[in-house]
Ligand binder design. Structure first.
Ligand SMILES: Nc1ncnc2c1ncn2[C@@H]1O[C@H](COP(=O)(O)OP(=O)(O)OP(=O)(O)O)[C@@H](O)[C@H]1O
Ligand SMILES: [Mg+2]
Length: 229
């Protein structure tokens, strides 16, 4: 096993079964290696399989064939408990629609991933610290629905980073924001990723954002192709 790769995937295949019980193949024989601290973007048409792939690498979906090593662990033979713990410690996930819990305040939403392993005081302090970095110190006790879209996305980003994950996976993180807000948030986010030397995989429909990655992949014909232009 080569330890320089945080993700090492060979011959990945993924199918869904439709309501008539027929198999729909989404990913076919995909190989993908990712070095620590690299930034990779994934582009491709709607329905091509980008989110499906991100869910697999984010350990949210283990129903695939092929081999997946995440930080040298063979995911197919990890128990669900091990997978959950690996995901909780090492992966930050940012969704297009924020996925904040409406009943909880901003600070409670951000504290959530920490409460599993840390006590409440430590979780509170770490969450405050990151929310301040994201300019949300005045919004700690707001409920998500009282925030603008851009503010909600900053909370979701803060939540994905609060447990200091090795890798951040972002699925269309600015897809639901107006252009100016998307620009501001994305530029701030990518700067944070660079400064903190995090590994990043992001799916985007925005060409300008995709170009900020070290490598751009195109999801096409059930597979990933490196874009070389
Ligand atoms: N749970 C599921 N059951 C059956 N089919 C599914 C399921 N999840 C996704 N699919 C199908 O897999 C295909 C790929 O979906 P996916 O969400 O990965 O696309 P995508 O590239 O992320 O698209 P978009 O850019 O619109 O977000 C789609 O045709 C979708 O209908
Ligand atoms: Mg998608």
């Amino acid at each position: 096993m080569n330890s320089k790769y945080i993700i090492n995937i060979s011959n990945l295949c993924k199918s869904f079964t439709d309501e008539n019980n027929s198999k729909i193949e989404i990913i076919n024989n995909l190989n993908f290696k990712l070095k620590s601290s690299s930034k990779v973007s994934i582009v491709g048409p709607s329905g091509s399989g980008k989110s499906t792939f991100l869910n697999i690498i984010g350990l949210l979906d283990k129903e695939f064939s092929g081999t997946y090593y995440f930080k040298e662990k063979n995911i197919s033979i990890c128990s669900n408990k091990e997978t959950n713990s690996l995901r909780g410690k090492s992966i930050g996930f940012i969704h297009q629609f924020f996925h904040l819990i409406p009943e909880l305040t901003v600070i409670e939403n951000v504290m959530l991933p920490l409460l599993i392993n840390k006590n409440e005081d430590k979780s509170l302090n770490a969450s405050k610290e990151i929310l301040v970095k994201f300019g949300l110190e005045e919004r700690l006790n707001f409920k998500p629905l009282k925030l603008s879209g851009g503010e909600q996305q900053r909370v979701a980003i803060a939540r994905s980073l609060v447990n200091n994950p090795d890798i951040i996976l972002a699925d269309e993180m600015t897809g639901n924001l107006d252009e100016d807000t998307a620009n501001r948030i994305f530029n701030f986010f990518i700067e944070f990723i660079k400064q903190n030397k995090k590994t990043l995989v992001y799916v985007t429909h925005n060409k300008k954002f995709s170009l900020l990655a070290d490598e751009i992949f195109f999801f096409n014909n059930k597979n990933l192709q490196l874009k070389s232009e």
